[in-house]
Write a protein that binds this ligand. Structure first.
Ligand SMILES: [Zn+2]
Length: 104
């Protein structure tokens, strides 16, 4: 059953980001559809990760989705301290540049 209306809430910079955000939203019980992915597969010649993918959610869940995405974006700007070596890393990096530890 298709919901009445879907709203585009986010334009991911790549496939990987789109899928991790989709997972995050689904974890919060929000239904998510991706667009652009099939296009990437059809294009064939282009690596899928360079094509932009949009995240769509049902209109009724758009506000919650936007709040979660906003939290995700602000988390990306926050610095984090590596639990293994104590190095301070930019929030844009998911692994410690010093020792390679994954961001907790
Ligand atoms: Zn480290």
């Amino acid at each position: 059953m298709m919901a009445a209306s879907w709203i585009r809430v986010y334009q991911a910079t790549n496939n990987l980001e789109a899928h991790s955000l989709k997972g995050m939203l689904e974890h919060a019980q929000i239904e998510v559809a991706l667009s652009g992915e099939n296009l990437a597969a059809a294009a064939g010649e282009l690596p899928a990760d360079v094509l932009q993918v949009s995240l769509w959610v049902p209109a009724a869940q758009a506000d919650r989705a936007r709040a979660l995405l906003k939290a995700y974006e602000s988390a990306g700007e926050r610095e984090w301290c590596c639990p293994t070596c104590g190095e301070l890393n930019s929030g844009a990096f998911e692994i410690c540049w010093q020792c390679g530890e994954t961001q907790p």
